[in-house]
Design a protein around this ligand. Sequence first.
Ligand code: NAD
Ligand code: DAU
Length: 348
Amino acid sequence: MNVLITGGAGFIGSHIVRLFVKRYSNYTIFNLDNLTYAGNLENLKDIEHCANYRFIKGDITDECFVNHLFFEHKFEHIIHLAAESHVDKSIQNPLTFVKTNVIGTVVLLNAFKSLWKGNFESKRFYHISTDEVYGTLGPTGLFSETTAYSPNSPYSASKASSDHFVRAYGETYKIPYIITNCSNNYGPNQFPEKLIPLFIHNIIHNKPLPVYGDGNYTRDWLYVVDHATAIDTVFHNGVSGETYNVGGNNEWKNIDLVRLLCSQMDIKLFRDKGSSERLITYTKDRPGHDLRYAINTSKITKELHWKPSVNFEKGLGITIDWYLKNSSWLNNVTSGTYQSYYKHQYHK
Ligand code: NAD
Ligand code: DAU
């Protein structure tokens, strides 16, 4: 069975590629990734020589290339993660997000449709999406699979649009699809533009911790390996045409999460209690900042028997240890263009 995973050199993709390559020796796993700033083959060093793994460098928006690839390898299953994924970057440059997230998804759908020409028996197009498509919650309530889409950032609008195309191809061309919408992931290999790895990096270097607004924004956090096991479960047991929400049942206000991170970092770095917290600096808010995300996970739990397994304090500890142990990974990705991004975003 030929399985195509797009975006497999990125944060979540690399954990899924590893899990599938190790767990399913009877599948050939193709990882298609353009290696943007967020894609890094170092993330997959431990499995790159496995017999059932192949890396292909390429752009999902390149129609000719993608069509050719599908006809060459006859992918029966697609797990589609390739995307521009950072909200702040989408505010700086929305068009890049439309190109990769919307057009890239439609190019893949078209290639899948042309390859199988309606013969979709035992085939599947699995689209990985985000809870941000639902917009924002007030202080109470949860997102469920039937919550209306109401995206507020160019990133979430582009993901919502890609979800709509996947669904529309299911209705119009009968493509067997599944969509999962997941909450915030954290763990090893996440690019240090996102809250947790950015703040770990800044604490190591004694740099300010830029908390947006009053810090009272709330996110639900899921350990990335738990997301990978959810994707494995849905890939094998999910029902075509269905959507499943995935989350950690683990809501944190940003400021409380940052304080927990600071206290763990003080211990790990043998610094005086309170030294990391002194780096907290409240900064200009993100435009259109969603107040709160929280997920009702009862569908995936009841129907597919998946639930998160890693407790947040433990997961955060493993994550910090990984970044401290892999300082060369962190140094490599924060050299070069990262510096100009940082200057532009934080005026530092
Ligand atoms: P990431 O930014 O770490 O990785 C994205 C990967 O896609 C990179 O390897 C990049 O090189 C690749 N890519 C980008 N443009 C490409 C193109 N045109 N052609 C081929 N490859 C390209 O992202 P992530 O955080 O791992 O997120 C992966 C997916 O999961 C995304 O679709 C995102 O919307 C979704 N998601 C992320 C989270 C989260 O918390 N990070 C939560 C829910 C859903
Ligand atoms: O909910 C799922 C989404 O989670 C994914 O779809 C996105 O790909 C992923 O990036 C993430 O989006 P967020 O915008 O929630 O993640 P981020 O790490 O950028 O920010 C988390 C919270 O922390 C958010 O409320 C903004 C705040 N923040 C972030 C940064 C980078 C700060 O206060 N300061 C910062 O410097």
